[in-house]
Design a protein around this ligand. Structure first.
Ligand SMILES: CCCCC/C=C/C(=O)SCCNC(=O)CCNC(=O)[C@H](O)C(C)(C)COP(=O)(O)OP(=O)(O)OC[C@H]1O[C@@H](n2cnc3c(N)ncnc32)[C@H](O)[C@@H]1OP(=O)(O)O
Ligand SMILES: NC(=O)C1=CN([C@@H]2O[C@H](COP(=O)(O)OP(=O)(O)OC[C@H]3O[C@@H](n4cnc5c(N)ncnc54)[C@H](OP(=O)(O)O)[C@@H]3O)[C@@H](O)[C@H]2O)C=CC1
Length: 248
């Protein structure tokens, strides 16, 4: 079952996937806004009715807008936290309560390269770091039910048409290439095969882990953002204490 909010995009994506599926696997799609609790509950129960089981859950839905933190309205902040953190939590909880508690299963959460912060997208950085931590807690709580849960963290380097349109610049990802040790953008295939690995028995002994698929970008320098030159940082030395004491 493939789910997101936009029916037209869903139909297009599932039609394309159906053309490429060679096994007898069945595929369906369903509208769901992961920010709405009752829609998530309905997505999981409908999937169980339609397919009879739920072996895997992939939490891939996400997004944000670029802006400085001081300019976020509470509504904008909440929209990003609900999309990237609360939506993921709701999908995990419903999959567990409706199926995986009794039957086991595997969950993969897609997060982002937030290890050094994400300036201009601090809301999503906070939400993705929270999902990284949620993954670890759930791995411990749900191990007794036979559930494994891991994350995949793509670098800011997998070309996304939605992001390019949203951020108003088709080259937005290409700017990052000099800051990626492998000196190229990543591919969708390089993310999806990591997800498949985590879903497969080849990773049967891995839980609570995050795989970075970022061409080494997270080890190197912060993407895009440059801190402007300034003289606002005043050093602290013992001399400052002496000056303070002398004023007392
Ligand atoms: C090279 C850099 C890449 C970094 C790596 C990450 C890559 C990716 O994640 S690729 C995938 C990217 N895809 C997207 O970002 C698309 C999805 N984005 C969204 O859906 C929105 O940004 C959303 C998360 C905010 C959800 O939007 P929606 O549910 O449609 O909510 P609203 O449009 O009603 O907005 C609510 C609220 O949010 C504020 N806001 C939204 N967009 C902006 C913006 N462009 N600038 C500033 N503020 C924004 C705003 O407060 C909205 O309320 P109103 O003001 O009442 O409209
Ligand atoms: N491309 C990149 O370089 C990177 C991507 N990522 C993350 O990887 C994931 C996939 O990215 P990508 O394919 O590039 O981005 P897209 O924007 O193309 O995909 C995001 C998907 O999330 C769905 N979605 C968004 N909000 C909701 C919601 N409230 N409920 C249900 N579905 C929702 C969208 O569908 P619809 O609009 O129909 O709801 C869309 O299919 C995202 O989480 C993204 O943030 C992380 C790091 C880097």
């Amino acid at each position: 079952m493939v789910a997101s909010r936009n029916e037209e995009r869903l139909r297009k994506a599932t039609d394309e996937m159906k053309k490429n599926i060679t096994s007898p696997a069945e595929l369906d799609h369903m509208q769901c806004n992961i920010r709405k609790e009752e829609q998530v509950q309905n997505l999981i129960s409908t999937t169980l009715k339609r397919f009879g089981k739920l072996d895997f859950l992939i939490n891939n839905g996400g997004g944000q807008f670029p802006a400085r933190a001081e300019s976020f309205s509470l509504k904008g902040w909440n929209a990003v936290i609900e999309t990237n953190l609360t939506g993921t939590f709701l999908c995990c909880r419903e999959a567990y309560n409706q199926w995986m508690n009794d039957n086991g299963g595997v969950i993969v959460n897609i997060i982002a390269d937030m290890w050094k912060g994400i300036p201009m997208m601090s809301h999503t950085g906070a939400a993705r770091a929270a999902v990284d931590n949620l993954t670890k807690s759930l791995a411990l709580e749900w191990a007794e039910s036979g559930v494994r849960i891991n994350s995949v963290a793509p670098g800011s380097s997998i070309y996304s048409e939605t992001a390019a349109a949203n951020y108003g610049d088709p080259k937005i990802f290409a700017y990052n290439i000099p800051k990626i040790p492998l000196k190229r953008l990543g591919t969708v295939e390089e993310i999806s095969t990591s997800v498949c690995f985590l879903l497969s028995p080849a990773s049967a002994y891995i839980t609570g882990e995050t795989i970075k698929v970022d061409g080494g970008g997270s080890l190197y320098s912060t993407m895009i953002f440059e801190v402007p030159d300034h003289k606002k940082s005043k050093a602290y030395t013992w001399k400052d204490d002496e000056e303070t004491k002398s004023k007392l």
